[in-house]
Write a protein that binds this ligand. Structure first.
Ligand code: FAD
Length: 386
């Protein structure tokens, strides 16, 4: 019998497998797809996540391929010359303010589908079985037996559902979830134009505001992402249309309305929270347990924190610490989702665009440090660690 079975070879399942492996615990991963996902999803890695990836031994190899973001810019575009850092309603925050609290006082931008191959490559061969979606499970006092849709059966002392928001494990374990949709969807445009040359004060992340809305600018290794909210009544094809895309750019970056656009998509944003992280010998981590808006870039990061704290807890349990430790972990992680992850994301979504820049500009150094700690998830990453 394997110690741990993990459903799902996304960033959370693979981080968990590697963190367990580093602690001398045998884990097997069952993945429904034929290979790793290459979908364009998370781009933002916060400091405690970088610490985690460093601890499991993959960040050093990835670091130079991504973008280090040292400074965040907020700027009103309807209050004078928005391209000038002297404009009254602009604010910047240097994440170096966190240097006493983390070895990585910056955000790091890279598509998550570059992380998963690095995690997979660091695992022993044969750790992941592809084309093996978990289809059924049965628990008893000693373990969990899993049946996959390729007909294979597997048994372990614990099963961890890291199979994402539409995975099977949560439902099979009888854990309910509260779900809802955010009212808006998101239009994402990609441009190869280096926006740092055109927006003064911009490093790798900027939020541009007018009285009625905002546009986020994220620097990726080869492109910039421009992110806009789309009203519920706007159909996808209308949002993606050239005229609409250009009008959105013109509203926030009038001098760059003709910038090259190398990619575009629209995605919906959902919110979900499992009622519990544990049902007997089945535990959840990552999107299987929580889903938030992409604003602030926290959900995958929280999943990696789930994985790291769970690996440390399972080591203690397997060393004879008693499985009540898992209840403590499950409670702490759920409290973090309910008390910090979801409300923190929702507050960013609901922020009044007209007042956001002034609020950031008015912060004292202590307030700025507290804001940066929260935005970087330094205050919640270790919740549940033994
Ligand atoms: C556009 C976009 C931008 C985002 N940006 C950010 C960001 O900047 N920062 C951030 O922190 N988060 C971000 N997110 C969220 C982030 O992508 C997810 O939180 C992250 O992928 C969750 O990882 P996961 O491993 O839990 O789940 P997933 O990545 O969904 O992986 C789950 C895996 O389980 C597999 N699976 C499904 N069902 C089964 C089954 N029955 N049996 C076995 N395997 C199964 C799936 O095939 C998949 O490989 C973004 C999301 C989107 C859509």
């Amino acid at each position: 019998m394997t110690d741990i079975l993990i459903a799902g070879a996304g960033p959370v399942g693979l981080t968990l497998a590697l963190a367990l492996h580093r602690r001398g615990i045998e884990a097997r991963v069952l993945e429904k797809r034929e290979g790793l996902s290459t979908a364009s999803r998370a781009s933002t890695f916060h400091p405690p996540t970088l610490e985690a990836l460093d601890e499991v031994g993959v960040f050093a190899g990835l670091r130079r391929s991504g973008v280090q973001v040292d400074r965040i810019l907020w700027r009103r575009v309807d209050s004078g010359d928005f391209a000038s850092s002297a404009a009254p309603q602009a604010a910047t925050l240097d994440l170096g303010i966190l240097r006493d609290e983390t070895r990585f006082p910056f955000r790091w931008h890279r598509e998550q589908h570059y992380l998963t191959p690095a995690l997979l490559g660091a695992l022993p061969p044969e750790t992941v079985r592809f084309s093996a979606g978990v289809a059924a499970l049965h628990q008893d006092d000693a373990g969990v037996t899993v049946t996959c849709d390729d007909g294979s059966m597997h048994r372990a002392r614990w099963l961890i559902g890291c199979d994402g928001s539409s995975g099977a494990v949560r439902g099979l374990a009888g854990i309910a979830a509260e779900t809802s949709d955010y009212a808006h969807r998101v239009l994402r445009l990609l441009t190869p134009l280096d926006l740092r040359a055109h927006v003064e004060g911009l490093d790798g992340l900027g939020y541009l505001y007018d009285a009625g809305g905002s546009c986020s600018l994220l620097r990726m290794p080869e492109v910039w992402r421009l992110i806009f909210r789309i009203a519920p009544e706007t159909p996808d094809d209308a949002a993606l249309a050239e005229d609409h895309a250009r009008a959105r750019i013109r509203r926030f970056l009038p001098h760059l309305a003709d910038m090259p656009i190398s990619g575009r998509d629209v995605y919906g944003v959902r919110k979900a929270m499992a009622a519990a992280y544990r049902a007997g010998r089945v535990l959840l981590a990552g999107d299987a347990a929580h889903l938030t808006n992409t604003r602030g870039g926290m959900n995958m990061n929280a999943g990696v924190h789930d994985a790291m704290t769970l690996a440390a807890t399972l080591r203690r349990v397997l060393d004879g610490g008693g499985d009540a430790l898992l209840d403590g972990w499950a409670r702490a992680r759920l409290d973090t989702v309910r008390g910090a992850l979801l409300p923190r994301t929702d507050a960013r979504v609901a922020a009044d665009p007209g007042g956001e820049v002034a609020r950031m500009a008015a912060m004292t150094p202590d307030q700025a440090r507290a804001w940066a700690r929260e935005a970087s998830m330094l205050d919640i990453a270790k919740a549940g660690a033994p």
